[in-house]
Design a protein around this ligand. Structure first.
Ligand code: UDP
Length: 240
């Protein structure tokens, strides 16, 4: 049973549990995909049923972002905690390195995925990065084929939402990968192109504030975020 937060069902898992669930999906036959919705996703899903369905049909739905946690609490259905996509990816790579699994990195500007691959291989000794591709391609088929020939078990798909979710659903099954994870701007962080907020900000749940300070142009995207808390309050009052 998933925990509904304003129309998006979340798996109520700790980071450790989510990692174990991710590993189990890699070991299971067939194609699976994981999504990491934050409040922006929730707002988008309320307006776009295709996006909402794509999130609902994912095999793993992780609560990325403190806004999701606050909304769930306001709704009276608290989640165990935040599972930031980037931390899930890190924990999964630790497991992959220990189990000889193959990782493909897809997304970000040309050159970034290669830089990320080099950093990740030194952070996770034994990690096999079997291929990379930037996120600004025109034709999907050749990219899916490249993933297929790399024999990747896992693909980090970092094209931004909702593009990455649609891409996973449409092209994932043909690649032979067991698990694709939609991870937004994570390759930029792994490559060292963009810094993650310092630990203090992360602990306080203020990562969004740091990000705004670093990239003020995100203000347009961010001003709407408190809306999810408002919607949660309204839903609670109405007894939904
Ligand atoms: N991106 C991409 N192809 C596109 C559009 C975006 O590869 O057509 C990349 C972009 O370079 C960035 C990531 O997708 O690395 C999206 O970053 P954003 O900050 O929007 O994602 P968030 O982390 O907020 O989900």
């Amino acid at each position: 049973m998933r925990t509904d937060v304003l129309g998006v069902g979340f798996d109520n898992l700790t980071l450790e549990e989510a990692t174990a669930a991710g590993a189990a999906l890699v070991e299971a036959e067939g194609f699976h995909y994981a999504v990491t919705p934050n409040p922006e996703f929730i707002l988008a899903a309320r307006k776009d049923s295709r996006f909402r369905d794509t999130l609902q049909q994912a095999h793993l739905v992780l609560a990325d972002g403190v806004g999701v946690i606050h909304s769930a609490r306001i709704l009276g259905r608290p989640l165990k905690g935040r599972v930031p996509g980037i931390e899930f990816a890190q924990a999964l790579m630790g497991w992959m390195a220990a189990h000889g699994k193959r990782l493909f990195l897809l997304g970000a500007k040309p050159g970034v995925a290669e830089l990320a691959a080099a950093n990740l291989k030194s952070t996770y000794p034994g990690l096999i990065v079997c291929g990379t591709h930037d996120g600004y391609f025109k034709q999907d088929g050749p990219v899916a084929e490249e993933i297929r020939s790399s024999a990747a078990d896992v693909v980090f798909v970092c094209l931004g939402a909702p593009k990455q979710e649609y891409w996973m659903v449409e092209h994932g099954p043909s690649t032979g990968a067991r698990l694709m994870v939609g991870l937004g701007g994570s390759l930029d962080v792994f490559a060292g192109v963009v810094e993650r907020a310092p630990k203090g900000f992360q602990k306080l749940g203020m990562e969004w504030l740091y990000r705004l300070y670093k990239e003020p142009k995100r203000i347009g995207r961010m001003v709407r975020l408190p809306l999810v808390l408002w919607y949660a309050l309204v839903a609670r009052i109405r007894g939904k």
